[in-house]
Design a protein. Structure first.
Length: 94
């Protein structure tokens, strides 16, 4: 069986690293991930037309383009680019 690091270029960049501890494949993280935060932390740039509902964590250097809808709980790491008209569903980690 492959180690989890086989599937990712840089696991250290993962915003929810704890979800990937002691698992063999990335699909197993979905079973154990917990997004139980209630306060939003937005350190990136959101276009004024972005719609956010529920708690979100958005890392530094992240840019979210116009007309994006984010349904929390969601974690978006650092230096991500979310393009126009994206729909980000609850439970998403990127």
């Amino acid at each position: 069986m492959k180690d989890i690091n086989y599937y990712f270029e840089d696991m250290g960049a993962c915003p929810c690293l704890e979800a990937f501890q002691d698992i063999a494949g990335p699909w197993e993280a979905l079973k154990k991930k917990k997004l139980d935060f209630t306060e939003s932390v937005i350190e990136g740039e959101l276009h004024p037309s972005v719609v956010v509902s529920g708690p979100v964590k958005i890392g530094k250097g992240t840019k979210i383009s116009p007309y994006v809808v984010i349904e929390g709980p969601v974690v978006i790491g650092e230096n991500c680019t979310i393009r126009p008209f994206a729909l980000i569903r609850p439970g998403t980690i990127m």
